[in-house]
Design a protein around this ligand. Structure first.
Ligand code: NI
Length: 191
């Protein structure tokens, strides 16, 4: 994540604020879609196919990232592992997913190896570039490939998206949001 991603996240939150004050219907184009309206097919780090229908019935905590990310993604994964530990067995009911924005490098095997460093409840998702574009669009998340030193890195939306078990979008946990605020947000989708 670079500055662009942070700016994107800020723009998103401004949009959310506008929604709350104007009381516009939750089909606002700035808000993530409900899971029931999403349309994508991805593969998890164990090689199984996952579609939005698989998420219905359990609350979802999702964020976008990639295994080569130098700082933001590992930090977020450490935060998520900390929140899951704090929530205890309640958190077993969550679908916790890292959606790769770098499917070129993040094969299921690469994701599995990477995620072995974090809470085992975190599931990695990857797929074709077009499917990753679809899932990002459904979440109103952004990502882009940036050349760097003869290689490339990915810029992407930070923040953790929360959806209820019935698929409704609930809220976002911002990057580096204090756990005193983050954990109650997760508890709300667990009730
Ligand atoms: Ni990252």
């Amino acid at each position: 994540l670079g500055l662009g991603g942070a700016v994107g996240a800020v723009a998103f939150m401004l949009g959310l604020g506008a929604w709350q004050t104007r009381n516009v219907a939750p089909t606002d184009p700035l808000l993530p879609l409900p899971v029931t309206a999403m349309d994508w097919t991805l593969t998890n780090h164990r090689g199984a196919t996952v579609t939005p229908a698989d998420w219905i019935g359990r609350p979802v905590m999702a964020f976008f990232g990639f295994t080569f990310c130098p700082d933001v993604c590992p930090t977020t994964l450490i935060d998520i592992s900390d929140w899951l530990e704090a929530l205890g067995p309640d958190a077993d009911r969550l679908n916790v997913v890292l959606i790769s924005v770098d499917p070129e490098r993040d094969t299921p095997a690469v994701l599995a190896d990477y995620l072995s460093n974090f809470d085992p409840r975190i599931v990695g998702l990857t797929g074709s570039l077009s499917e990753v574009q679809k899932v990002a669009a459904d979440f109103r998340a952004m990502f882009e490939k940036l050349p760097r030193d003869g290689d490339y890195t990915m810029n992407h939306t930070a923040g953790v998206f929360l959806h209820r078990a019935d698929g409704r979008f609930a809220s976002i946990i911002d990057f580096h949001e204090d756990r005193r605020f983050a954990i109650p947000k997760i508890r709300r989708i667990l009730t």
